[in-house]
Write a protein that binds this ligand. Structure first.
Ligand code: ADP
Ligand code: MG
Length: 289
């Protein structure tokens, strides 16, 4: 079992390759191929979710400046621009106008984007400091990162040669994340940042059961099954009351889920109280050998 950290350069250089090789040798791994191949890869997720017919926000990816320009001339705005990698909303922004989209497209096919957005990251540290969610040292680190980028962003290189836009789904002041591990699921609701459309990483989270509806949990069980995933988090927004996926992920930050108040089984029975989802991962693995 290995939590491949998408921002650890060593993990990213050989984590998947080692796990797939071990799997090829007939051993059981966590994560396995179906669980992890699309991790931190929103381009991969687009193809997978479309192939499975999952309700996914309409998304366009282009691999040439010409195609992207042509699309931008003939579509409406705003659109949501994303890099394929990144978490906590760090690499997600709104292209409010065609001009903004054209600028992003030029950059995508020019100098490209760093995986580590120094300005956005510093702003986020200051926002968290003002809310009392982090200390001054964290803000200082944000300044230091202007001079010394993360090792991961140096080794990964710049993001270029593709551009990813998603329909902007308006009217969402939160997103819902449902995590399915084997035949159990739990959920959190994340409120958007002030004057922003982005929820993930905001730190403003609701845990009570009445924040979640059964249909979304059932849908999550069903997609997890068709993905043959050992563990998957689904991030949803809503459009006219219907859930739409914005991304999926096998990995998540433990501390955020510790306060969860209960979980569902696949028959939608609710179990009130604290639980240990990491033990479910071990149980699932032992069951499959
Ligand atoms: N297409 C969209 N329409 C409206 N809001 C979106 C859309 N995509 C993402 N968001 C918002 O932005 C946040 C970050 O997007 P997400 O794709 O989940 O990236 P990350 O990997 O950084 O969490 C989400 O939590 C959601 O609140
Ligand atoms: Mg997300």
């Amino acid at each position: 079992m290995w939590h491949i950290n998408h921002q650890n350069s060593k993990d990213v250089l050989f984590g998947r390759q080692l796990l797939y090789s071990i799997q090829a040798a007939g051993k059981t791994t966590f994560p396995d191929y179906n669980t992890v191949w699309h991790f931190d890869d929103k381009v991969g997720q687009k193809y997978l979710l479309e192939a499975l017919g999952a309700p996914f926000v309409p998304t366009s990816v282009f691999y040439s400046k010409k195609d992207a320009f042509q699309w931008a001339e003939n579509t409406t705005f705003p659109k949501v621009f994303k890099l394929r990698g990144g978490a906590g909303s760090a690499n997600v922004r709104l292209a409010k106008t065609k001009q903004e989209a054209l600028r992003l497209i030029k950059k995508a096919f020019g100098s490209g984007f760093s995986q580590y957005d120094r300005v956005g990251n510093l702003k986020e540290r200051i926002r968290k400091y003002q809310l009392g969610k982090t200390d001054l040292f964290d803000v200082v680190k944000g300044f230091i990162r202007f001079v010394y980028p993360t090792r991961y962003s140096i080794i990964a290189g710049r993001e270029r040669g593709y551009v990813y836009f998603q329909e902007f789904i308006p009217g969402n002041n939160y997103d819902i994340r449902v995590i399915v591990i084997g035949d159990k699921a739990f959920a959190i609701k994340r409120m958007v940042r002030k004057n922003d459309f982005r929820a993930s990483g905001s730190g403003n989270i609701k845990y009570e059961k009445d924040n979640f509806n059964d249909d979304m949990v059932k849908l999550s069980f069903s997609i997890a099954k068709s993905m043959k995933s050992q563990c998957v988090a689904f991030d949803y927004v809503s459009s006219e009351g219907k859930p739409l996926l914005v991304e999926i992920s096998y990995g998540f930050v433990k501390d955020v889920y510790d306060p969860c108040v209960g979980y569902w089984d696949k028959n939608m029975n609710w179990y009130e109280g604290r639980f240990n989802p990491y033990a479910w991962m071990v149980d699932g693995l032992l069951k499959s050998v």
